[in-house]
Design a protein around this ligand. Structure first.
Ligand SMILES: [Zn+2]
Length: 154
């Protein structure tokens, strides 16, 4: 968290409160270097969502990872990056609205599959054929690459 006046990263929190909607935390900070005070807003729910993988490991929810896999599944299909972005938005909002800190990677995959099914059958089949074996959204991108390579004979 950089000081907006001197760009120092050394500061302390002097006051902290939740916004009325509870969606973010407002922090009043004081810079150690120039002693000026500034306010930061942190979207707590953005930082607090974790994915629990099949092997029990936890990692922060990473929409870019999901996006890469979906883009791969949608290669040469009518679904463009914008629609994929929107799909991930929907899924992410769905999880965040539950106000939970952890989601199963398996569950993410199921939700994505259900939505993809309605959007593009081929992309859905590609996604599902790899995903069902691995049940892990975070690792399936590589496998999907291999599957597509085999099918196209490259
Ligand atoms: Zn400063």
């Amino acid at each position: 968290m950089k000081c907006p006046y001197c760009t120092s990263t050394e500061n302390k929190v002097v006051d902290k409160r939740e916004t009325p909607e509870g969606s973010s935390t407002r922090r009043r900070r004081e810079c150690y270097q120039c002693r000026k005070r500034f306010t930061t807003y942190e979207h707590v729910e953005m930082a607090d969502l974790y994915v629990v993988k099949k092997d029990g490991a936890r990692e922060p929810f990473d929409r870019n990872k999901i996006k890469r896999g979906l883009l791969k599944a949608c290669e040469k299909r009518p679904l463009g990056p914008e629609q994929i972005e929107q799909l991930i938005d929907e899924v992410e909002a769905e999880f965040r609205n539950r106000e939970i800190a952890e989601i199963n990677s398996k569950e993410i995959g199921e939700v994505l599959m259900n939505k993809l099914k309605k959007m593009d059958k081929v992309a859905y089949i590609r996604f599902a054929s790899v995903y069902r074996d691995f049940e892990d959204i975070t690792d399936f991108e590589k496998e999907l690459n291999e599957l597509l390579r085999k099918r196209t004979g490259k």
